[in-house]
Design a protein around this ligand. Structure first.
Ligand SMILES: Cc1cc2nc3c(=O)[nH]c(=O)nc-3n(C[C@H](O)[C@H](O)[C@H](O)COP(=O)(O)OP(=O)(O)OC[C@H]3O[C@@H](n4cnc5c(N)ncnc54)[C@H](O)[C@@H]3O)c2cc1C
Length: 391
């Protein structure tokens, strides 16, 4: 966009890629969003098409079918996907930003061939199973356990709110294998295939947000998992999960910026055309105030998230900033979605306009991937730490 600081943080090549992805989303995804929301899942053909077009594994190594691009290429796809459908973004967030990245970092060659290649091709989906019914914020307290029996692990427990569970071919399950509750050491990540006896998936939840992305419970009853299905090392799984959290939160910046951008575009378009009291809605300063605040939120979120992607590419430590971008950008998205509904008036409440969906979807991001309260506790903790005043 003209005069955008954020755009100046992208290379020429990245801006061209951004335009291609934006065009793809407007052409192939926008027309089918209501259908995807009704079906409660993205069509398999869409994921395959995205795989064929190189939009899924753009950041992954070429030897596994990826594009060998930077992390920014994945961020561009995430933002442009969320701009059109936050549900599809959630499904791809798990498939690519979480599972594919875990596999690239820790998977054996065999695991990469078996699970990473089809994810990149868009012919399979995956789930990450951490949250349990007794509380998701307390992430190091899973009651799901695994014990070694011969050369197999036996996993027992249950998980809830699991994105993609009804369409997943493989589940990355975090279970305690040793150590005490809330200790990072002693958790192990297992790759469990969907047809493994003892693994079952509940009915998809009927939920407020992200309706095109299916979410369900996952039950594990005496599930026998061969030792070769451990991702990385035994007892190190929670460390992998914790290491990934900063990146996850920075990518939340992509999702929220995409949603807020969609709100802004719709608000500008509608207020320019709608006449009230004989004048365009856009001519009133009360409307301009809303547009100005939305545009400011979009720009500040985008600048910060692009900047943080660059820091992640350089391997820098971003814990405090990652929590700030998650907190700030979700607030921006929620406020922008509230304002766009307001600008559309009664039409804002009608599902035939995208404002209602944006309002429903934005709210998710104050809860999923770590709540706003948890982000605030991290920001405060890191701020005290930086000031040398331990708490
Ligand atoms: C649509 C959707 C998809 C999801 N997908 C996945 C997935 O794929 N995989 C997965 O593992 N999980 C997933 N989750 C789970 C998600 O990460 C959790 O919902 C989230 O971490 C919050 O956990 P909780 O819902 O159990 O809330 P709780 O942890 O019970 O929190 C309830 C409230 O208490 C507040 N709270 C908690 N601790 C504190 C504190 N110390 N101080 C003050 N307030 C506090 C919280 O901020 C929140 O407001 C998904 C959730 C949703 C809604």
């Amino acid at each position: 966009m003209n005069g955008s600081v954020a755009q100046s943080l992208l290379t020429e090549e990245e801006r061209e890629f951004q335009a291609v992805v934006r065009q793809f989303m407007d052409t192939h995804v926008r027309p089918i969003v209501p259908e995807m929301e009704r079906a409660g899942r993205p069509p398999a053909e869409l994921l395959k098409l995205m795989g064929d077009q190189g939009l899924l594994g753009c950041f992954a190594p070429e030897e596994y079918g990826g594009g060998g691009g930077s992390l920014m290429s994945r961020a561009i796809v995430a933002e442009q996907t969320a701009r059109v459908d936050a549900g599809l973004d959630a499904t791809l967030f798990v498939n690519m930003s979480l599972i594919a990245r875990h596999l690239i970092q820790r998977g054996t060659e065999e695991q990469k061939r078996r699970y990473l290649v089809p994810l990149i091709a868009g012919t399979s989906s995956a789930s990450i199973c951490l949250t349990e019914a007794h509380g998701g914020s307390d992430a190091l307290s899973p009651r799901t356990t695994a014990r070694l029996d011969g050369d197999e692990w036996v996993v027992n427990g249950s998980k809830t709110f699991i994105t993609n569970a009804p369409i997943a071919d493989v589940f990355l399950v975090f279970a305690r294998t040793s150590g005490e509750n809330r200790r990072a050491r002693g958790g192990t990540a297992f790759l469990v295939e969907k047809d493994t006896p003892g693994l079952s998936v509940g009915r998809p939840f009927d939920k407020l947000s992200l309706r095109s992305s299916p979410t369900a419970e996952v039950f594990l009853e005496d599930v026998r998992v061969p030792a070769g299905q451990v991702l990385g090392e035994v007892d190190m799984g929670f460390y992998y999960m914790l290491e990934g959290l900063d990146l996850e939160r920075v990518f939340e910046g992509a999702s929220n910026t995409g949603i807020a951008q969609a709100c802004l575009e719709l608000a500008v378009e509608y207020s320019s055309q709608r006449e009230v009291f004989g004048q365009a809605l856009s001519s009133y300063q009360l409307t301009q105030d809303k547009i100005a605040r939305m545009a400011t939120g979009v720009e500040t979120s985008r600048v910060m998230f692009y900047h943080l992607i660059r820091e992640l590419e350089r391997g820098e430590e971003v814990t405090r900033s990652a929590a700030i971008i998650k907190l700030h950008s979700s607030l921006v998205a929620v406020e922008a979605s509230r304002e766009v509904v307001q600008i559309l008036g009664g039409y804002g409440l009608m599902e035939e306009y995208p404002a209602a969906r944006l309002y429903r979807d934005a709210k998710h991001h104050e809860i999923g991937a770590g709540t706003s309260e948890i982000m605030k506790t991290i920001i405060a903790r890191e701020t005290y730490k930086a000031a040398g005043a331990g708490r």
